[in-house]
Design a protein around this ligand. Structure first.
Ligand code: VGL
Length: 194
């Protein structure tokens, strides 16, 4: 039997989602040390690491000017779309780009694709990943959408409590998102255990 594996997925830890960026989650910078601790743990365990990024074209129905909900952010190739400079992603992290279809928001990393054009789910399945640790930004949008899709896909999903942070457009959104993720079977955990 092939060995089942765990992977760590860091969702959208990009400059635009951190203080000073175009659409900041107030705690964006604060979770970076925790993310780096989990990345070090993942490295010690030789786990696969995925990093999703919002990767929008300049014109997308996701932005307010074109009928969407949000100010322009994470536009392909701009500084704001870069990963947080202090985030210690391994050189072999698998990058998942999403939101590049101008007709779709691309909240979930499962809407994204790797550099070779595979969906995240196909890539996980090909590598026998059955357990997915999820962390990053924003608890109430992309982290939630990603965790819900992961549960739907039948994965064992664990969200790292100290390494997520929300935008909280409406106060309490992030806390409600955690409840929603729990309710569908996501485990909210303190660290990587296996
Ligand atoms: C996100 C709002 C708009 C996110 C992306 O990464 O959570 N939030 N676009």
């Amino acid at each position: 039997m092939t060995e089942e594996k765990a992977a760590l997925l860091i969702v959208d830890v990009q400059k635009d989602f951190c203080p000073g960026g175009a659409l900041p989650a107030p705690g964006g910078d604060r979770i970076v040390p925790a993310l780096n601790r989990h990345l070090a743990e993942a490295r010690d365990r030789e786990m696969l690491v995925y990093a999703s990024r919002d990767w929008h074209p300049p014109v997308t129905s996701h932005f307010t000017q074109y009928g969407g909900e949000w100010p322009p952010h994470c536009v392909q190739g701009t500084g704001g779309a870069q990963f947080h400079p202090d985030l210690k992603l391994p050189a072999d992290a698998i990058i998942v780009s999403k939101g590049d279809d101008p007709a779709k928001p691309g909240y979930s990393a499962f809407d994204g694709h790797t550099a070779s054009g595979k969906t995240l789910l196909r890539d996980l399945r090909e590598r026998n990943v059955t357990r997915l640790y999820v962390a990053g930004i924003a608890t109430d949008y992309c982290v939630k959408a990603t965790a819900l899709d992961a549960v739907q896909a039948g994965l064992d999903v664990r969200v790292l409590a100290d390494a997520i942070t929300g935008i909280d457009v409406h106060p309490g959104d992030a806390a409600r998102a955690v409840e929603e993720m729990s309710k569908v079977g996501t485990e909210i955990v303190d660290g990587i255990v296996a």
